[in-house]
Design a binder for this molecule. Structure first.
Ligand code: NOJ
Length: 748
């Protein structure tokens, strides 16, 4: 009996293996890949693994292209050049293999959308997808077929310049938005003539650069790596993101571009990712600088074994041939790497059509439709942080003083990572306010740029304020103060912006502070001096109209923070899913630095986890954002107080617009696992949705929770542990009333 069962099992497994092999053999892309690989010389294979920085003219690359020595260019933008290099590769090289033409199309190409951190504030997968679809079209029209985006690094550090490029601090929100962006770039069919390949970057842990200093070392224990940093990448791999980029940072002592554990063990073996991995710029070579490899040749060996398929910019992979000759690696390994590259070229349909219609740009670039969409995304990305005495919205009949260095900064409003956007297309706040207010506008720059240390413009600014009903003061950071390599140790408003604000506040006029920045700044004192505060990030081409849409009440703000706003750099890291600690602090507990008596005796009782000067609350929590209306949340009702391992439960809440304006609300679902085999975060985002409500209208929002949503890695394995959980449906990560349910192992 036992033997029969075993034999049938073996038979079944053999059938299965056979079916898989046949399936692979039948897969036309796999067939194309293996037949092309079989015709390639080793030199041609190694050529595919090289990504070269483009400059000059197509003819400059004639020889290398003809000899099949280049698999991809980066930084080539322009349809004529793109088509010409493709032509040389296709028609004049022995095997006619098309090129991947990659570029950083991060938050728009010509039509610039808000920086990713801004877009993330919309919590809208629909808008993230729509924006990237437009970016893809515009980029494709310039001959680009591959973007190095989305950036799905999770970070807790606003000092890090690249926080601007992230979707914030939360792995769930980042996963949802990252996948939406990938869909936007790639569509459902990567060979679509208006789409481009996406690249999930930077794999992995880069967002944890110590002290928020770019490129710095990272130490991330495996549980944290898997529960937070790997999650968006797993989602990207599952969503069919065609490429991944390995990062610059060393992770637990091993540079991520030569990291066998994260690349081979996790990405390839565990997740079965068969897309292409490109290194970041010279990050293979930098393993020598990190002190991990002695020579470029060692670096090449580490990276190729870790399964990095393509080398960006540096030339360590020139040593691969020698490594094969020395028997350190096999040609079989090279075949696997090259197969990954060819696979995506076939999937993208580049062999059939590597060229781009040269008239496409005029039909798809900077169209009214694109600009309207950018305006919509921008206004849905601006977070209303404060609105005392309903200062906002303003009336179009009010006399407004528009002041500040970001009022007319067409370049800076686009933010970081803009290669192709042109400031000439930017509509600035000044232009938009002029249009709305005409002669009711009193304009004064006050400061020329965010770091300006001259008081020369103060008098004029104060005069404008005095003759107006209200001051709209636009402050922030220039685009160049965030983004790659632009990390800051001090996250305050630069220059004399705060000083001008305190002068303006002395006029007694109501002040609306608008912040255009690449990071959440520590602006508690400035918020105290203002009546209303709108955090606009760098909103892109349509900053001006998006701002007037909100300021004059044509739309209500709806965005919510995708990252905690800290009181100052000393509070970092501060994120909502922190642990409880053994000595948690009541959030009501105030700072007490000034209450400590001189010569106070050493005490050992009543100590809790807080900063005696900051307390234990942030400036604004993750998920926070106001509206011009008020939303009432009913009590949460659970379909059951028990969740079975094989079942699910629903949590519902009725949201009512009890104010007088139509508005949208981002409803958030949080869960806390009360006891775990590793300590668990005090809250975790598990769902969100955006709803629109007319005044007086109610809607019921229902979330379904399955045991798999409660899974986590405990340092040894992924586990779903029975026990008690709390659940909130709330407007942000700090509000709401908890319900409780129990996860049970067995069906009762
Ligand atoms: C370095 C950056 O880290 C990466 O994000 C970018 O895509 C590449 N350079 C290419 O420009």
């Amino acid at each position: 009996m036992k033997l029969t069962i075993q034999l049938s099992l073996i038979f079944f497994l053999l059938m299965l293996v056979n079916a898989c092999v046949q399936q692979e053999e039948k897969d036309p892309v796999e067939q194309q890949v293996s037949s092309l690989l079989a015709q390639m010389t080793l030199d041609e294979k190694l050529g595919q693994m090289m990504q070269v920085n483009y400059y000059g003219k197509p003819e400059d690359w004639n020889e290398q292209l003809k000899n099949g020595q280049i698999g991809s260019f980066l930084n080539l933008s322009g349809v004529i050049d793109a088509n010409e290099v493709q032509r040389i590769a296709m028609e004049e090289s022995r095997l006619g293999i098309p090129l991947l033409i990659g570029r950083d199309v991060i938050h728009g190409f010509k039509t610039i959308f808000p920086i990713p951190l801004g877009m993330a504030s919309s919590w809208s997968t629909e808008m993230a997808e729509g924006a990237m679809e437009i970016a893809a079209k515009e980029a494709k029209a310039a001959g680009i077929n591959w973007t190095f985006a989305p950036m799905i690094d999770v970070t807790w550090d606003p000092r890090w310049g690249r926080v601007a490029e992230t979707c914030g601090e939360d792995p769930y929100l980042t996963s949802q938005l990252g996948v939406a962006m990938i869909r936007g770039y790639q569509g459902n069919n990567p060979s679509d003539s208006l789409r481009i390949a996406a690249c999930a970057k930077h794999y992995v842990g880069y967002g944890m650069s110590e002290a928020g200093r770019d490129y710095n070392t990272t130490y991330i224990p495996e549980a944290l790596l898997r529960n937070v940093h790997l999650r968006p990448f797993k989602a990207a791999a599952d969503a069919g993101c065609l490429t991944f980029m390995s990062a610059f940072n060393d992770l637990n002592g091993v540079p991520t571009s030569g990291n066998y554990f994260t690349l081979k063990t996790i990405l390839r073996d565990e997740w079965k990712y068969d897309g292409m991995v490109v290194s970041d710029w010279a990050s293979i070579q930098q393993q020598v600088v990190h002190g991990y490899c002695e020579t470029d040749k060692d670096a090449a060996e580490k990276s190729v074994l870790a399964t990095v398929d393509m080398e960006m910019a540096s030339r360590c992979y020139d040593h691969l041939k020698q490594l094969i000759e020395e028997g350190k690696i096999t040609e079989e390994l090279i075949n696997e790497r090259v197969a990954n590259i060819l696979r995506i070229k076939f999937k993208m349909g580049l062999f059939e059509n590597p060229y781009v219609d040269e008239t496409l740009a005029e039909r798809v670039t900077l169209t009214d439709e694109n600009l309207d969409y950018a305006r919509k995304v921008a206004r849905n990305s601006m977070v209303l942080l404060k609105n005392e005495a309903q200062t906002l919205p303003l009336k179009k009949t009010q006399k407004v003083a528009l002041i500040g260095p970001m009022t007319n900064a067409p370049h800076d409003q686009m933010g970081t990572w803009v290669f192709d956007g042109d400031e000439k297309n930017s509509i600035t706040p000044l232009t938009a306010f002029q249009e709305v207010l005409g002669s009711n506008l009193n304009y004064a720059l006050g400061l020329e740029y965010s770091r300006d240390k001259s008081r020369a413009g103060f008098t004029q600014a104060l005069a404008a304020a005095r003759k107006s009903d209200v001051v709209v003061y636009l402050v922030g950071e220039e685009a160049g103060l965030s983004g790659e390599a632009n990390s800051r140790g001090i996250i305050d408003l630069p220059g004399l912006q705060s000083e001008l604000l305190s002068e303006l506040s002395k006029t007694g006029k109501p002040i609306v502070l608008v912040v255009l920045a690449g990071r959440p700044l520590g602006i508690g004192a400035e918020i105290d001096l203002s009546d209303a505060v709108l955090y606009a990030w760098h909103p892109g081409t349509m900053a001006g109209p998006a701002l007037t849409d909100l300021i004059f009440g044509d739309y209500s703000p709806s965005a919510k923070l995708p990252i905690t706003m800290v009181k100052g750099a000393g509070q970092i890291p501060f994120y909502y899913y922190r642990k409880n600690t053994g000595k948690p602090t009541d959030p009501e507990r105030m700072t007490y630095i000034d209450d400590i008596p001189r010569n106070s005796k050493q005490l050992s009782l009543g100590f809790t986890s807080l900063h005696i000067d900051y307390g234990v609350t942030p400036l604004y929590p993750f998920g926070y954002g106001l509206s011009y209306t008020t939303f009432d949340y009913s009590e949460v009702s659970l379909s059951s107080s028990e969740l079975m391992m094989k079942g699910d439960l629903t949590a519902s809440c009725t949201i009512t617009n009890i104010g007088s304006v139509a508005a949208e609300e981002i409803v958030q679902l949080y869960v806390r696992d009360l006891v775990g085999s590793l300590t668990r975060p005090i809250k975790e985002l598990k769902g969100f949705t955006r709803i629109a409500l007319q005044p007086g209208e109610s809607k019921e929002v229902t979330f379904t929770i399955q045991p798999s949503d409660l899974e986590f890695h405990n340092g040894e394995a992924y586990v779903i542990e029975p026990g008690k959980f709390r659940l909130w449906i709330a407007k942000d990560s700090e509000s709401g009333i908890a319900s409780e349910f129990t996860l049970l192992n067995e069906q009762k």
